[in-house]
Design a protein around this ligand. Structure first.
Ligand SMILES: Nc1nc2c(ncn2[C@@H]2O[C@H](COP(=O)(O)OP(=O)(O)OP(=O)(O)O)[C@@H](O)[C@H]2O)c(=O)[nH]1
Ligand SMILES: [Mg+2]
Length: 427
């Protein structure tokens, strides 16, 4: 075995085997190379011929590498950034702000208030209060965009399903999606982030219903109406807490004369905030109580009089006639009053809230909506349906039972809190 010839032969054999193994290893790259030409091919048709080509096979392959092989690296980079931002609204990644025209017209605080001084804008707090619809409605919507670098028009159908099942309402959903479809066809929206930004802009546009300017005189009389248990009395308590803290003189009128407990509930709030509560005898005419309270409020130099009323079914004509009468009686006590008539709607009742709003709007000249219990629904799309169909401004939203859980409504802030990314300061 010390034969040098034999050793040389062995070395040669080993080298030959090595070369063979290396060549075999390279071979599997071929199938991948075969697939590659499809990527660029599939991408263009997908954008151009929107409907016919679902191009299902490509996204799987395209995800990891396609962007780097694209002819337009800058665009690819943008898309990658955008898609990560969309993956989950709660994720840390940021949506490109320049794509999101939500804050172009930040609602002015004074416009959306009932003569209240400016309040602190706290989008992070609002976002926390909206955790339930963010985790439901918005997360479901955002999931449709996750990992999508190309937007297939089929996404609109999936969006429709999420929006309708989240209480946006058929009419409003279709109107929003029709606008998005037109923009997709005009190729104005070329990636997930652009569609998301367009959706946010639609929401902001719909929610930006301007309330009428509140009158300057005193007292400002606010009539609170709505069906049973929606949160009328609680909202009065929350508003009186807020306005008393702002240094306003507040008076409350116990216009729900049917139940002793309703009067007591209002009295608890009155005591808490140091506001006088005007009440009648049990079973008294609610109009008479409201008249009495308005007169007293004028005499006492009160800034705001909040008139509570009994819950009533919007479908019961006599009850709706009664509330119209209360309204007229207040007007007899003071010209131009009530200056504000707020309809309280419970966000958890979904589409029924829209019907309530329609009938209350027919009966009374509503100046605003208070949408309560947004903390208790994974839907919350009703806010869009109401503003879109009724054009009555949302003035406040209820995000819990405590006094501080009432938020003044600003379309831009609300959309940012609902659709935007949580930032690091959020806990
Ligand atoms: N989670 C949550 N609960 C709320 C909100 N607003 C009101 N509530 C609760 O809803 C329940 C009914 O509230 P009320 O203020 O009594 O409702 P109402 O419209 O005055 O009811 P009636 O006078 O019986 O017609 C209470 O338990 C409130 O604490 C809210 O924004 N979020
Ligand atoms: Mg009540």
């Amino acid at each position: 075995m010390d034969n040098p010839v034999a050793i040389a032969v062995i070395i040669l054999i080993v080298l030959a085997i090595g070369a063979f193994v290396v060549l075999r290893k390279k071979a599997p790259e071929l199938p991948a190379a075969e697939e590659e030409p499809k990527k660029p091919e599939a991408k263009k048709p997908e954008l151009e011929a929107k409907k016919p080509e679902p191009a299902k096979a490509e996204p799987k392959k395209a995800e990891p590498k396609a962007t780097t092989q694209d002819a337009e690296p800058t665009k690819a980079e943008r898309k990658e950034l955008a898609s990560t931002a969309l993956e989950a609204p709660q994720a840390k990644a940021k949506v490109r702000e320049e794509d999101i025209p939500v804050d172009e017209a930040p609602a002015e605080e004074s416009k959306a208030t009932v003569g209240t001084p400016t309040s602190k804008r706290d989008v992070a707090g609002l976002r926390k209060g909206l955790a339930a619809p963010r985790k439901g409605f918005i997360a479901r919507l955002a999931a449709l965009f996750t990992g999508k670098k190309e937007i297939d028009p089929a996404i609109l159908e999936q969006m429709e399903e999420v929006m309708i099942s989240s209480d946006v309402g058929v009419k409003t959903t279709q109107a929003i999606l029709e606008r998005l479809r037109e923009r997709l066809e005009r190729k104005e929206l070329d990636d997930g982030a652009a569609v998301w930004a367009a959706l946010r802009a639609e929401a902001t546009r719909i929610l930006s219903v301007e309330p009428a300017k509140p009158p300057a005189g005193r007292p400002l009389v606010l009539l609170m109406v709505g069906v049973n248990g929606v949160g009328k009395t609680t909202t009065i308590g929350k508003l009186s807490t807020k306005w008393s803290a702002d240094g306003r003189k507040v008076m409350l009128a116990a216009g729900d004369t049917f139940r002793a407990a309703a009067v007591q509930q209002l009295e608890v709030w009155g005591k808490r905030v140091g506001a006088e509560v005007v009440r009648g005898k049990e079973g008294a005419d609610p109009g008479a109580v409201a008249f009495d309270a308005t007169t007293k409020a004028k005499e006492a130099g009160v800034d705001v009089l909040l008139v509570d009323t009994a819950g009533r079914l919007h479908t019961k004509a006599p009850l709706m006639d009664e509330i119209k009468k209360v309204r007229k009686t207040i007007a007899k006590a003071m010209d131009g009053a009530p200056h504000e008539t707020f309809l309280v709607l419970d966000a958890t009742t979904g589409q029924n809230a829209l019907t309530q709003a329609q009938l209350f709007k027919e009966a009374l000249d509503l100046t605003g909506i208070v949408l309560t219990k947004l903390d208790g629904t994974a839907k919350g799309g009703i806010v869009l349906g109401i503003c879109d169909e009724l054009k009555v401004p949302v003035r406040y939203v209820g995000l819990g039972e405590r006094a501080e859980d009432l938020r003044e409504f600003h379309a831009g802030d609300f959309v940012e809190a609902l659709f935007g990314q949580a930032d690091e300061t959020d806990s």
